[in-house]
Each structure stands twice: as C-alpha cells, then as structure tokens.
Design a protein around this ligand. Structure first.
Ligand SMILES: [Zn+2]
Length: 161
C-alpha cells in the first residue's frame, strides 16, 4: 500500500470515517483525483515514489479520475467495499506491469548439466501435461537432447552437486 485516504468528511452529522486504500501499482507515481468509496468526496492527490507529495485536497463538484481498489470502515466492524463496486471501487483487472510481460528462459540442462524435464517438444503421446510421470525416456522423447547429454557426459560437464 502506498498510503491511505482516511475520509473525515461530515456526512449527516457524522464523519465519514472510511479508509480508502491506495494500492501501490496504481498510485506509486500518480497525480489525479480519486473518490471516497463511501461518501463520494473527490480528493486530489499527487504521489511521487509512493510518497504523498500533495494532498489529499478536497475538490468539490469535480469528477474523479479513478476509484480506490478497496475501502473499509474500521469503526463499523468489518464493513468494507471490495473491488468492483460500481461508482465506489475499481474492478481488479489483474494487469501486470509492462516490464513483467517478458519471455521465459528455456533451458535444456540444469546447472549440474543434467537434462531437465521441461524441455520441449514432447510427443503427443505425452498427454495434456506432457510429463511422462515416472517413466521419462529421454533417449526416445528428445533424441537431440540425449545426444547433447552424451557429449556433456564425455566432456565431464555433468556433476552430482
Ligand atoms: Zn468519505
């Protein structure tokens, strides 16, 4: 969590007392307006590296850019707003950051030089998961890996630890 906005707005003679959580991926470096999940008060905030640089300042009559992901009311038992309550909280869309959308590093051999099971391709007879359980015939399944393995064995590149 970067920070929270503890809304103290008077609503119907009582403070709103709702905690709006600013989740880190969305608000870490962010400037804009966000609504309180309970009373709808719009707050302007400017966060830099997870630090509240400006705000929260009330912006009456303005439209929020986004909503908190989650909010709760600590003085009111466990009542809360979970993600995706229309007009109050944002839906959780589970979108990873761009830099995490990488390509997997595929390896044929472990750090000790032994072949690893995950190497593809496996024949269709391997079934849905393609794992061959306890019966992994590497010579038949991946002859090219087997050949490379024999060369590694001969070169003394295979270790037990
Ligand atoms: Zn409020």
């Amino acid at each position: 969590m970067c920070d929270i906005i503890w809304c103290k707005k008077e609503v119907g003679g009582k403070p709103c007392d709702t905690i709006n959580y600013l989740d880190p991926y969305c608000f870490w470096n962010w400037e804009g307006k966000i609504n309180c999940a309970e009373c709808g008060t719009v707050y302007y905030i400017h966060m830099i590296q997870g630090f509240m640089y400006k705000g929260p300042e009330e912006k009456p009559g303005e439209k929020p850019d986004t909503s908190p992901l989650y909010a709760d009311k600590p003085y009111d038992g466990y009542s809360n707003y979970r993600p995706g309550v229309e007009g109050r909280t944002r839906p959780f869309q589970c979108i990873p950051r761009a830099k995490l959308l990488g390509v997997a590093d595929k390896v044929k051999f472990s750090i000790r030089g032994r072949p690893v099971r995950g190497w593809r391709p496996q024949p269709p007879s391997a079934g849905l998961a393609g794992s061959f359980g306890f019966n992994w015939d590497i010579q038949k399944l991946s002859p090219e890996v087997w050949e490379e393995y024999q060369k590694k064995l001969a070169a003394g590149e295979v270790k037990d630890w």
